[in-house]
Design a protein. Structure first.
Length: 248
């Protein structure tokens, strides 16, 4: 196995993915799946992590990278700096004694080579992934915003915070994408057609709601998908020659 004693010690600090829970039997942990009834002394994440290639680095941090998609290691050295888009997930769970436990995870996305680096609070290890899944499949930059869903170690988490610079970057891109969407809708309407993505109905109540939108919460992936649908409609209507004039 690629998992060393140190890795398993790190693993024991992780919250269990639902529907697993743990009990102590003869001073040893037993893991129980409440859905299937399975009981095992092997941590549920061990089999998952065994499909990753492990790399030890000099400061004792272990890095794992997925080998499922490419068939080869894509491990990257730990990196920091302005090229990292940093997000954070925080959540609470009930412990075995009914006490509330708080957890935190930092997720860094590197747009250059599109890899992710993950760390957990209180765990001296980092994990590097070439791919992380979200609601629309593998995540990329447009899938990362406050409120976005990510899947890490078979656990579905929600991005809760990011710094002001990243929130501003998301909001700025949202404005550009909405400008492009409105431009496409207008061009389609000029020839009497109905856009496949209809305009939002403006009202005083909706205007107030939109003004209260929290920074960094724009779903850029949804906007990109709407623009793709409108662009495809432009082609079907014989307006492909106009697409190059779209705002940028």
């Amino acid at each position: 196995s690629l998992l060393t004693t140190n890795h398993m010690s790190t693993l024991m600090n992780f919250p269990l993915p639902p529907p697993w829970r743990s009990e102590t039997v003869n001073d040893s942990p037993v893991y129980i799946n409440d859905v299937t009834g399975e009981e095992t002394s092997v941590h549920p994440l061990e089999q998952y992590l065994s499909s990753f290639e492990t790399k030890e680095v000099s400061n004792g941090v272990c890095t794992l990278s997925s080998t499922k998609e490419s068939g080869k290691s894509s491990a990257q050295p730990a990196a920091t700096g302005d090229d990292c888009l940093a997000f954070r997930c925080e959540w609470k769970e009930l412990g075995l004694n009914g006490n509330v436990l708080s957890y935190g995870m930092n997720l860094c996305y590197f747009p250059g080579d599109k890899h992710f680096e993950i760390t957990f609070d209180g765990v001296h290890a980092s994990w590097v992934f070439s791919k992380i899944d979200g609601p629309y499949g593998p995540l990329d930059e447009d899938d990362l915003f406050l409120g976005a869903k990510v899947k890490v170690f078979d656990r579905h988490l929600t991005i809760s915070t990011a710094n002001a610079h990243i929130c501003h970057m998301i909001d700025r891109k949202e404005k550009l994408l909405k400008k492009r969407r409105a431009w496409l809708q207008e061009k389609i309407e000029t020839i009497g057609a109905i856009p496949v993505v209809k305009r939002n109905v403006q009202s005083a109540i909706k205007h107030i709601s939109r003004a209260d939108q929290k920074p960094g919460t724009a779903n850029l992936r949804r906007l990109q998908n709407e623009i793709s649908r409108l662009t495809e409609q432009m082609g079907e209507l014989g307006l492909s020659h106009m697409i190059s004039r779209m705002p940028n």
